[in-house]
Ligand binder design. Structure first.
Ligand code: ADP
Ligand code: MG
Length: 255
């Protein structure tokens, strides 16, 4: 028996100020796997993520048609606050809350979802999230420092820990390693694989880097000019790409 997909998208069209940005997208995102959305700049990748978590509500002039189910919930009709409380998000630029300590940045997310009932439980979940984001060893002795004391790559791992402390079932990452160094990139990629394999988390990772897709993806969806032009298991897409853009991308001819 096939399992219900984590996210099911049918006939999705998005216009922004009259520009047709996403065109007739049909896509099922499997549970407990990393699906990478790959595509060039301006192809509509971020808009797709924003539609799933309803950040599209804040894009002036956006119009959305179609159906998006997130774990069976109609995302386009659901209460956006309720929806977002189940979906973790990490953005391209690390954005920890600057006025909160490292500890508070993570604890605040757990508090919002009432994940912990006691101070001890809160401490445990903060430690768990920082370990899962591969940051604990570097910050355990300075949890009450501000996040500005951390490097950019550490700040991005803190943002991953903050997203995980909500205990989401779905994690969205929009080019999370575009602004950080190779060492931090590998740490984040390894953390994502562990979260899928050990916790069964469902992850959608947006990137324009084919090598990152090959390192972390179970499935790859290629978006080009607002259209889903290719979708399948990562090894199949890498070995036998069908669309001209994907062929060039894996040959290193476009980036
Ligand atoms: P990607 O993430 O793949 O680079 P985006 O989803 O950010 O692509 O953008 C896709 C298209 O939608 C682009 O042509 C962009 O100009 C347009 N777009 C996205 N967000 C906005 C916005 N807030 N206002 C106007 N146009 C936008
Ligand atoms: Mg983008």
């Amino acid at each position: 028996m096939t399992r219900q997909p984590a996210v099911s998208i049918r006939g999705l069209n998005v216009w922004i100020r009259g520009k047709h940005v996403l065109k007739n997208i049909d896509l099922d995102i499997p549970e407990a796997a990393v699906t990478v959305i790959l595509g060039p700049s301006g192809s509509g990748k971020s808009t797709l993520l924003r539609t799933i978590n309803r950040l599209i509500d804040f894009v002036p002039g956006a119009k959305v048609e179609g159906k998006v189910l997130v774990f069976g919930v109609d995302a386009l009709k659901a209460d956006p606050y309720e929806l977002r409380s189940r979906i973790g998000m990490v953005f391209q630029t690390p954005n920890p809350f600057p006025h909160m300590s490292i500890y508070e940045n993570v604890a605040v997310a757990a508090k919002i979802n009432r994940v912990a009932k006691t101070r001890e439980e809160l401490d445990q979940i903060v430690k768990w999230a920082l370990e899962a984001a591969r940051l604990w060893d570097e910050v355990k002795d300075r949890l009450h420092d501000p996040p500005t004391a951390l490097s950019g790559g550490q700040q991005q791992r803190l943002c991953l820990a903050r997203a995980l402390a909500m205990r989401p079932k779905l994690l969205l990452l929009d080019e999370p390693t575009a602004n950080i160094d190779a060492h931090n990139t590998v740490m984040i990629e390894n953390a994502l694989r562990s979260l899928v394999e050990e916790l069964g988390l469902t992850i959608i990772l947006v990137t324009h880097m084919p090598h990152q897709a090959l390192r972390v993806a179970d499935y790859i969806a290629v978006i080009y000019n607002g259209q889903l032009v290719e979708y399948g298991p990562a090894d199949e897409i890498a070995v036998n790409p069908k669309h001209e853009f994907t062929v060039k991308l894996f040959k290193g001819e476009v980036g």
